[in-house]
Design a protein around this ligand. Structure first.
Ligand SMILES: Nc1ncnc2c1ncn2[C@@H]1O[C@H](COP(=O)(O)OP(=O)(O)OP(=O)(O)O)[C@@H](O)[C@H]1O
Length: 487
């Protein structure tokens, strides 16, 4: 649809963009990224014909841009500039109607029913019908932006060029506008070329991206290729991290502010064991990975609650009930990893392992009423019961994602071995149990202090986690069994 070959542009002999080549397919949403002054607007102006290219060629639908008359070009291509100047006081409707100009024929440029219908349709699509009779100077910046988009759409272009279209728009309108553009690319084969400053919006909506730096192409390709931590850091000259969108396979970039991390060393003194629950109140937020009833997955939490419930507890609405329980006791659910156990909190076992440059606190409650051999669990009915072994591993150190997951593996292997050595059997299969049906785990780290890259069994961290979980789990099983025998 659009072919840009070795294009160079300048202002009064001063280069602004050089050697730019890329191709945009029909129906693509193509994003142009780059820091301030990197040549994005200059490139868009050369494509729209507003600024002449010094060298290279730009063709649209296989025909050089220079061979198009201005009316022909306007029928094919519409532009939504970064800043629109309001030289006349038009109404919203009049402003949108101007978009029909390239399609009007005859000396009198008569207004047809088709023109009327299209103006209505685009005002509907951009949500500006209610502003129809307002003067442009009397509406907000975000509303003006939507009017200019409607005007561009009224042109019925095959290619839409946008310079920062979400500028001035609130969150909902940013999403609405980009949802609309995406829909038009899919349903009407509209080709969209847009400049973005918001890398995350570009990643969410664009099929491909072009990253400019100092007037040249730094990278181009799918969002996952272009939005690499190193290239974004180098091009934008700032600290930035990359993570995955929680629901879609697209990268999202996060700014890393220059705040100084203060090292806090945690110990077992923050642990409270009472009749109702085991609580760890951390003075700082800890990075966590857990399978808690609240705070599951990856997050940052300060409170850790392992709450006793009766063994006949009804698990059907357990998440809401647990969140209510936590809030009533002053633990904000959004900052708390909450677990349940039928074991009495007094039977919790904890220990601290201090190594040369890091330390680990481990706390375990272990009820084995629902013991299961994981290799034979298909023979069990899917019944949820609060029996459980709950394992907490709190680490003074900075863990990689890899180390978090390896710690979960190491702790699980150590727990399985503890059950085996305590002679715990799966009641259905009669074989050695490897856990219980509703076990939970928490790995939490201060993310300050030494970098602990790995948590596998033979690493320094893995050795502490393995030994600690094994010893605490055995002792916790023995304690809860003793209580059962005496009851
Ligand atoms: N009208 C102009 N006259 C002279 N130089 C200009 C003009 N417009 C832009 N430039 C220069 O050309 C270079 C590229 O500018 P351009 O506007 O294309 O960058 P951009 O990537 O769109 O920046 P921004 O993100 O700030 O909008 C910059 O060095 C800029 O100062």
């Amino acid at each position: 649809m659009l072919d840009v070959q070795d294009v160079t542009g300048s202002y009064s002999g001063k280069p602004a963009a050089a050697g730019i080549s890329f191709h945009v397919k029909k129906g693509e949403l193509f994003g142009i990224l780059g820091p301030n002054g990197s040549g994005k607007t200059t490139l868009l102006k050369m494509i729209s014909g507003i600024h002449p290219a010094d060298e290279g060629s730009i063709s649209v639908k296989g025909k050089p841009l220079n061979d198009y008359s201005s009316r022909e070009r306007a029928r094919c291509m519409a532009v939504l500039p970064q800043h629109s100047s309001l030289s006349f006081s038009y109404t919203v409707r009049e402003t949108v109607s101007l978009g029909r100009y390239p399609h009007q024929s005859g000396l009198l440029h008569s207004w047809s029913e088709k023109d009327e219908n299209i103006v209505r349709e685009v005002m509907g699509q951009t949500g500006i019908q209610h502003l129809e009779h307002r003067q442009m100077v009397e509406i907000s910046g975000g509303e003006q932006q939507r009017v200019y988009l409607a005007q561009a759409l009224a042109q019925e272009p095959e290619i839409l060029l946008l310079d920062e279209p979400t500028n001035h728009l609130d969150l909902a309108f940013q999403k609405d506008l980009l949802d609309l553009l995406k829909l038009l690319t899919k349903e009407r084969d509209l080709t969209v070329l847009s400049i973005f400053h918001d890398l995350n919006l570009a990643a969410l909506y664009c099929d491909r991206l072009l990253l400019l730096n100092k007037g040249s192409i730094s990278k181009s390709g799918a969002p996952s290729e272009v939005l690499a931590e190193k290239s974004i850091r180098d091009v934008y000259q700032t600290s930035i991290g990359k993570q995955q969108h929680p629901q879609l396979p697209v990268p999202q970039m996060v700014l890393l502010p220059n705040t100084r991390k203060v090292r806090t060393v945690l110990d077992a003194s923050f642990l409270e064991i009472s009749h109702g629950c085991v609580v760890y109140r951390s003075p700082v937020y800890l990075k966590t990975m857990s399978s808690g009833v609240t705070g599951a997955g990856a997050g940052w939490n300060r409170y850790f609650v392992n709450r006793h419930v009766d063994k006949n507890y009804d698990c059907s609405g357990h998440r809401t009930e647990m969140a209510d329980y936590l809030e009533r006791r002053g633990f904000p659910a959004a900052e708390t990893v909450g677990m349940m156990t039928a074991v009495f909190p007094e039977d919790a076992v904890y220990c601290e392992y201090k190594e040369k440059d890091f330390s680990v606190i481990i706390a375990v409650t272990a009820g084995t009423g629902n013991a299961v051999d994981a290799s034979m669990s298909s023979l069990h009915a899917p019944l949820m019961m609060p029996g459980t072994i709950n394992t907490w591993v709190i680490i003074n150190g900075e863990l990689t994602d890899e180390a978090f997951i390896q710690c979960i593996m190491t702790a699980t292997e150590a727990k399985a071995r503890a059950l085996q050595d305590e002679g715990i059997k799966d009641a259905i299969t009669g074989t050695a149990a490897s856990g219980t049906s509703t076990d939970s785990i928490l790995i939490a780290a201060t993310q300050t202090g030494p970098l602990l890259e790995y948590g596998g069994t033979i690493t320094p961290l893995g050795k502490s986690v393995g030994k600690g979980v094994y010893q605490c789990t055995r002792k916790a099983i023995e304690k809860s069994q003793r209580r059962q025998q005496t009851c």
